[in-house]
Design a binder for this molecule. Structure first.
Ligand code: CA
Length: 219
């Protein structure tokens, strides 16, 4: 799951980014509203967390533009004021949820999960392949009926492969799924995670085609 965070307050932005990463989301953080449209055009996100008071394009205008572009991404607004009028404006402009600062991180996480779950309901949320069932919202993996603990990156790679079961996925696409912007990509990372996943689920669970990528067999 990849989240775009737009927040100009350096301290809040940093702590939100760190906390969301600990919760195993890939997070990209923008400090202003101006580059949001370009970011949404180039990277597939599952959720946008958007501050209302931003330098440059204000949050509400970013949100209206996004809905005018027919973007259906779930949006959670953050605001310092939290008046009823702000809330009504935000929801009328197409926000899915609204949180007034200061807020409790636990509440934010619960609301993020609720939005992702609601989004997941539109496309059956549970994924299945090669004896593995994976729930991308509750972040649970079962193999042959028993729960399996995976690290955030193992989970992310497995999710991408299972979503594309039967099709080869390139190494670059898998790297995009596990690295946030600006993080240094180590050359053999994907291979390391693939090898760990094979140890967990059996060597046949992921096939390699040299120069093309990796796939989980469809059946
Ligand atoms: Ca702000």
């Amino acid at each position: 799951m990849r989240i775009l965070l737009v927040e100009d307050d350096a301290q809040l932005g940093e702590s939100l980014e760190a906390a969301l990463r600990l919760e195993q989301y890939a997070v990209d953080w923008l400090r202003s509203g101006d580059p949001v449209r370009a970011a949404l055009g180039s990277t597939p996100y599952d959720l946008l967390i958007l501050d209302l008071g931003l330098p440059g394009v204000p949050g509400l205008q970013v949100l209206r533009q996004l809905r005018a572009d027919k973007h259906r991404l779930p949006v959670m607004l953050l605001t310092a004021r939290g008046t009823a009028a702000d809330k009504i404006d935000g929801l009328d402009s197409g926000a899915d949820d609204f949180l007034a600062k200061p807020f409790d991180m636990g509440e934010l996480f619960a609301r993020v999960r609720a939005l992702l779950r609601r989004k997941g309901e539109h496309r059956s949320s549970q994924l299945f392949a090669v004896g593995i069932s994976l729930d991308p919202v509750d972040r649970v993996v079962n193999f042959e009926g028993a729960p399996v603990d995976l690290t955030a990156r193992e989970f992310a790679i497995l999710e991408i492969l299972i979503r594309n079961a039967g099709r080869y996925v390139s190494r670059v696409r898998l790297e995009e799924g596990i690295y946030s912007w600006g993080e240094e990509v180590e050359s053999n990372t994907v291979e390391v995670y693939i090898s760990r996943l094979r140890k967990r689920f059996g060597s046949g669970c992921i096939e390699t085609m040299r120069g093309v990528g990796y796939r989980v067999p469809a059946q």
